[in-house]
Write a protein that binds this ligand. Structure first.
Ligand SMILES: NC(=O)c1ccc[n+]([C@@H]2O[C@H](COP(=O)([O-])OP(=O)(O)OC[C@H]3O[C@@H](n4cnc5c(N)ncnc54)[C@H](O)[C@@H]3O)[C@@H](O)[C@H]2O)c1
Ligand SMILES: [Zn+2]
Ligand SMILES: [Zn+2]
Length: 368
């Protein structure tokens, strides 16, 4: 079939919306009609050429939600008409990692996905017979996509897809960091550095876990206001003095749980130093620049602080994304404030500009 999609042709140049060919789903694959897709930093990171593992031409986009239109042979967990969230972090339910509760890093299709292919090593996307590569196994800046069954979460049909798409990346990452990776305990004190999509999700996750105190740190007063709306009890301006201020707020000890959601390695260090002696856990969500390292004075660790990393919030996507969507439908999560702009596919580059200007939390591309 013919589809319209936003193609990365040249790094550092605007994406080009073009007509492409999309082949039928093979065995184990699913054809999805996309309804909405959020614009996330990882798309921009790749489009800009900053990502050393990037490739082109490829169809970007990974924060997608849509409706199943057709399924290949052997597909049993979704059927035409089902509403799905796309998962750049799949869940095969069979590999060593999927069977272990300690991680969500499925091993099934990592290599092919990282190179822009579907699990059988080929692409369904092409242009005049020339293959066009997939991105993050999703390629959701498009009217339709073909994806592996193991990379689709089957979610409630009640959920409006133009909001549900946020659960495909940023929102689940933040919620999961608090709920899965850190497993915040009720009554605890938490600090979240960064109040973008991921940090605000972490604030909401801490609240859902019953944290008593949630301190959010950001450079933008507008974003701190959004953090209060998600349950932050205290807010602070970020910068050099942030750790001292957190120690003052916490009787000199620091927080039970800290979260870093900025991508800045100096802030990652602050998250470690603001964690409580004895048991404080610092969870790192941000993606640092190429070659950057996290500098930690070992004494912080010897005296009982721990550091954890979190990819997609430790969320096992097919099992847990539908549960997070249910919590939103039950009124536990307020998604509306995160959607700042609604764009058309042709305006995809505008989504990048808005992100660079920090104008709003998320732009969502409406695809139908
Ligand atoms: N681990 C994952 O699976 C995963 C998934 C999605 C995104 N990410 C990463 O998470 C990070 C956050 O993503 P986002 O979409 O929320 O980004 P964002 O840019 O919208 O938010 C980052 C926030 O950090 C704030 N900030 C910058 N410097 C600060 C400082 N010194 N102190 C306090 N706050 C500061 C900014 O004001 C901004 O509000 C990025 O690095 C992104 O690449 C990781
Ligand atoms: Zn993302
Ligand atoms: Zn797996």
């Amino acid at each position: 079939m013919k589809i319209r999609a936003a193609v990365l042709e040249q790094f550092g140049e605007p994406l080009e919306v073009q007509e492409l060919d999309l082949a039928e789903p093979n065995a184990g694959e699913v054809l999805v009609r996309l309804v909405a897709c959020g614009v996330c930093h990882t798309d921009l990171f790749t489009a800009s050429g900053a990502d050393p593992s990037g490739y082109s031409p490829a169809v970007l986009g990974h924060e997608g939600a849509g409706v199943v239109e057709a399924v290949g042979e052997g597909v049993s967990s979704v059927a035409p008409g089902d509403h799905v969230v796309t998962l750049f972090s799949p869940q095969c339910r069979e590999c060593e990692h999927c069977r272990d509760p300690r991680t969500n890093l499925c091993l099934a299709i990592r290599e092919q996905q990282g190179q822009g292919f579907l699990p059988d090593g080929t692409t369904r996307l092409s242009r005049d017979g020339e293959p066009i590569r997939h991105f993050m196994g999703t390629s959701t800046f498009a009217e339709h996509t073909v994806m592996p069954e193991i990379a689709l979460a089957n979610v409630s049909k009640e959920a409006p897809l133009d909001r549900t798409c946020l659960f495909a990346c940023g929102l689940s990452t933040g919620l999961g960091a608090a709920m899965n990776t850190a497993k915040v305990e009720a009554g605890s004190t938490c600090v979240v550095f960064g109040a973008g999509m991921v940090g605000l999700g972490a604030v909401a996750g801490c609240r859902l876990q019953g944290a008593e105190r949630i301190v959010c740190v950001d450079l933008s007063e507008d974003r701190l206001e959004l953090a209060r709306g998600q349950g932050a009890t205290d807010t602070l301006a970020g910068g050099d003095g942030a750790v001292e201020q957190i120690l003052e707020l916490t009787g000199g000890f620091g927080a039970d749980y800290t979260f870093e959601a900025t991508g800045n390695v100096a802030v990652m260090r602050q998250a470690v130093e603001a964690a409580r002696m004895g048991w404080g856990l610092a969870t790192v969500c941000g993606v640092a620049g190429k070659g950057e390292t996290l500098d930690v004075v070992p004494r912080y660790l010897i005296t009982g602080r721990r550091v954890a990393g979190s990819s997609f919030g430790g969320v096992k996507g097919r099992d847990q994304v539908p549960q997070l969507v249910e919590r939103w439908l039950a009124g536990d999560i307020d998604v509306e404030p995160f959607v700042s702009h609604t764009l058309t596919l042709d305006e995809v580059n505008r989504g990048f500009e808005l992100m660079e200007a920090q104008d709003g939390i998320r732009s969502v591309i409406a695809l139908d």
